[in-house]
Design a protein around this ligand. Structure first.
Ligand SMILES: [Fe+2]
Ligand SMILES: [Fe+2]
Ligand SMILES: [Fe+2]
Length: 407
């Protein structure tokens, strides 16, 4: 019997945040940077224990309400005219989620101005302190996004923040920021390649270890963020998770591994957050250049999940879903025996789900077509015939999973 999954909460959130940090220029590590800045401010304020952990967790996923490059581009300007949508969406994603529910309120207010005029109706001290800290850290990071040595322009950043003290930002917090900003190490940590290391060092011992239920809950949130990238893949990750866990059960996986398979299904397309939505939404065939971009998505899923101790097997199941038994898949070109039963299940679950779902250029396919396509892929040596058999043998059961996720 497989031991139940246990993971450090901060590691899971910090690693998954990377998936949200892709924009048109690449990987920005915005969430980790805002989390690090927030911890610097919290340190100066002697914030400890649960408050500090809640601040870190909120900061490292604060823009959970944005999935598309379009939305992210809007937030890259210092003054954002209408930031409320992503705050409210982040709140909606989190407020019913058990372990992360206490972060929902913080995220809802993370663009609230000190002087009011916020959609939330709050102003001044009534805005949660963690939200005020994240807002300031977030805007500092936006100002810090420029080429060159950050120490050359940190004073300019401090001046800009100070100019908005009492209007945008909590004046006491601005005073604290001015003190912290004197430390060169803050700016060097912030722009360092080793930000993971600095975060871990600042955070110190983090005793919060979570089990399967919480890990599934958090993965569900990320599945929604991934699927939010395009209206056409709405709930794709959920369906893949259901089908993969169902097939794992049919294939005799024990209960703990069925749950792991569900998590792997939720996260299999994590790397899609690095792909421009126009490509994901493109109705016709993809050009070679576009397909080359698509090919990076499982590579990035692999990279991100690879940073989470305890997720090794889940990672293999999730990130090999475009590999083929005949070695013609991507991006690792893994062949035959080197593809574990779990990875083979995920590949079948992904293809089946994509075929039965509606796409911009076609409706979900009927049973006869789905069966034909799957059989064709088995004969081509691409996917595992035994697993396809498990699926088509009780086709209606697999199909009913689609209704299950829509209710
Ligand atoms: Fe934001
Ligand atoms: Fe942000
Ligand atoms: Fe995929």
């Amino acid at each position: 019997m497989q031991r139940e999954l246990q993971i450090q909460l901060y590691k899971l959130l910090s690693a998954l945040s990377l998936a949200m940090d892709y924009n048109r220029t690449g990987l920005m590590r915005h969430h980790q940077r805002v989390a690090l800045l927030s911890l610097y401010l919290a340190g100066e304020m002697q914030m400890t224990g649960e408050d500090r952990m809640r601040l870190f967790c909120s900061a490292v996923i604060h823009d959970a309400g944005t999935s598309t490059f379009r939305e992210k581009a809007k937030l890259e300007h210092f003054e954002v005219t209408d930031p409320w949508h992503h705050c409210e969406k982040g709140f909606a994603l989190l407020h019913n989620t058990g372990i992360l529910a206490p972060l929902a309120e913080v995220i809802l207010h993370h663009h609230d101005r000190w002087d009011g005029n916020n959609r939330s109706g709050l102003a001044g001290d009534s805005i949660p302190l963690a939200s005020r800290i994240i807002f300031l850290a977030d805007r500092v990071d936006v100002l810090a996004q420029r080429p060159g040595n950050i120490l050359d322009y940190r004073e300019e950043i401090v001046r800009t923040i100070t100019a908005h003290s009492g209007t945008m930002f909590d004046p006491d917090l601005v005073e604290i920021f001015i003190q912290v900003a004197r430390k060169e190490c803050l700016w060097l940590d912030l722009t360092s390649q080793y930000i993971d290391y600095h975060l871990q060092r600042r955070l110190g011992a983090c005793p919060v270890i979570i089990g399967p239920e919480e890990i599934t809950g958090i993965s569900r949130i990320f599945a929604e963020i991934i699927d939010g990238k395009s209206p056409y893949t709405y709930r794709h990750s959920r369906l893949v998770a259901e089908v993969a866990a169902y097939l794992a059960r049919r294939a005799g996986f024990d209960e703990a591994r069925q749950k792991n398979m569900y998590v792997a299904g939720l996260l299999h397309d994590l790397g899609k957050l690095s792909i421009p939505e126009e490509i994901l939404e493109k109705p016709g065939a993809l050009s070679a250049r576009e397909f080359n971009l698509i090919k990076q998505h499982t590579y990035i899923t692999h990279l991100i999940l690879g940073g989470i101790d305890g997720m090794e097997e889940i990672n293999l199941w999730a990130s090999y879903h475009h590999e083929k038994l005949n070695g013609e898949g991507y991006p690792f070109r893994i062949k035959g025996e080197n593809l574990s039963p779990g990875s083979r299940i995920m590949a079948v679950a992904d293809i089946f789900s994509a075929l039965v779902e509606n796409r911009p250029y076609r409706a979900g396919l009927p049973r006869s077509k789905v069966e034909n396509i799957l059989a064709g892929q088995v004969s081509a040596g691409a996917i595992d015939g035994d697993i396809v058999h498990l699926l088509v043998e009780r086709y209606r059961e697999a199909e009913s999973l689609q209704q299950k996720i829509n209710t």
